[in-house]
Design a protein around this ligand. Structure first.
Ligand code: NAI
Length: 331
């Protein structure tokens, strides 16, 4: 198959080439994000392959269909960036990577939590200036703390297991309870109870109309004063303004985010020599009790190899008419 890879960074290409070592597919790597303007770059290809910040809007999907392209392969698990109704209407097949190392994202959530708690980001800045003082660097023992996990699918479960290993009490909220986690001692609670009992809350549910702004003014008011909030899932789960207000008042003790509501314009690009037009992002990146990473939870060697492998396998299996059901979002 002839495939145009949009938003394809140079560090991804070796993984895709390795996954295509038999040269079965013809790959075109494009740095550009797929938009209604860049969609013309897909001309002459049979499929497009996109990432988390390529928005498959109605206009873009229509432009793809007009070029005769009816296969979209997502190099990710989530598909909140796709107008599924239009894809269905136009007969466009949407494929995804249903699973890859959940440990990559779960371990990144732990990294955010550990850094914010033990302030290693601030310590690094200090010691690199030969300042060896400790004032302001005090953290707390995670051992014995209550960790609230919202969404106990693959990543939430991996995160919960790590927290159990730290000796934490793990509380969970999900519409579907995991018997395995319950056997390990995880306690499922209604959302409001979890919010008010947890010392740390980590979000691992998808972004849907139901979970949009799950953490809003009301949810923040229910949380323990000084609680830590970690979001490696999708930016839209947080009402950013409400979270900023809660950080400023001290109601929220710290925030670790790998995703941001308006990340599309900024993440994966170098803005270091430009002025930052997004005042909220500017405030977040300059707050000592906030740690922002730019959607790198998935960014481990193992996960990258699995994503590349599954993405190309999906297209091979499509040709061979043996696509696994969980790879098909619309089709
Ligand atoms: P999954 O599908 O295995 O688990 C999601 C869980 O959320 C399921 O157990 C589901 O029942 C639950 N859920 C759905 N709606 C809910 C609601 N309203 N309230 C509570 N729980 C709800 O997905 P997985 O693989 O664990 O991924 C979770 C999320 O992580 C993805 O949706 C994606 O947004 C994010 N992600 C982030 C990455 C990163 O690099 N930062 C990489 C991969 C995924």
């Amino acid at each position: 198959m002839i495939i145009a890879f949009f938003s394809c960074q140079p560090y991804e290409q070796p993984f895709l080439e390795a996954a295509n070592s038999n040269q079965r597919h013809q790959l075109t790597f494009l740095l550009q994000t797929l938009t209604s303007e860049t969609v013309k770059l897909a001309a002459g290809h049979q499929a497009v392959c996109v990432f988390v910040n390529d928005h498959l809007t109605r206009a873009t999907l229509k432009a793809l269909a007009d070029q005769g392209i009816r296969i979209v392969a997502l190099r990710c698990t989530g598909y909140n960036q796709v107008d599924l109704t239009t894809a269905k209407e136009l007969g466009i097949l949407i494929l995804r990577v249903p699973t890859y190392s959940p440990h990559s994202v779960a371990e990144h959530a732990v990294a955010l939590l550990m850094t914010l708690n033990r302030k290693t980001h601030l310590a690094y800045q200090r010691t690199s200036q030969n300042d060896f003082t400790l004032d302001g660097l005090m953290g707390f023992d995670l051992y014995g703390k209550r960790i609230g996990v919202i969404g106990t699918g693959k990543i939430g479960q991996a995160f919960a297991r790590i927290m159990l290993g730290f000796g934490c009490r793990v509380l969970a909220y999900d519409k579907v309870k995991s018997a395995v986690l319950q056997e390990l001692g995880v306690e499922y609670l209604p959302l409001n109870e979890l919010l008010s009992e947890a010392d740390v809350i980590s979000l691992h549910c998808p972004l849907t109309s139901e979970t949009h702004h799950l953490i809003d003014v009301a949810a923040l008011a229910r949380m323990k004063s000084g609680a830590y909030l970690i979001n490696t899932s999708r930016g839209g789960l947080l009402d950013t303004h409400a979270v900023l207000t809660a950080l400023q008042s001290g109601r929220l003790g710290a925030l670790g985010i790998d995703v941001y509501e308006l990340e599309d314009e900024f993440f994966f690009s170098d803005w270091s020599n430009k002025s930052m037009p997004d005042a909220d992002l500017d405030t977040l990146t300059h707050s000592p009790n906030v740690l922002v990473t730019s959607h790198q939870g998935f960014f481990t060697h193992e996960a990258m190899a699995q994503i590349a492998h599954t993405t190309l396998n999906n297209l091979t299996y499509l040709e061979q008419e043996r696509l696994p059901a969980d790879a098909v979002v619309v089709g």
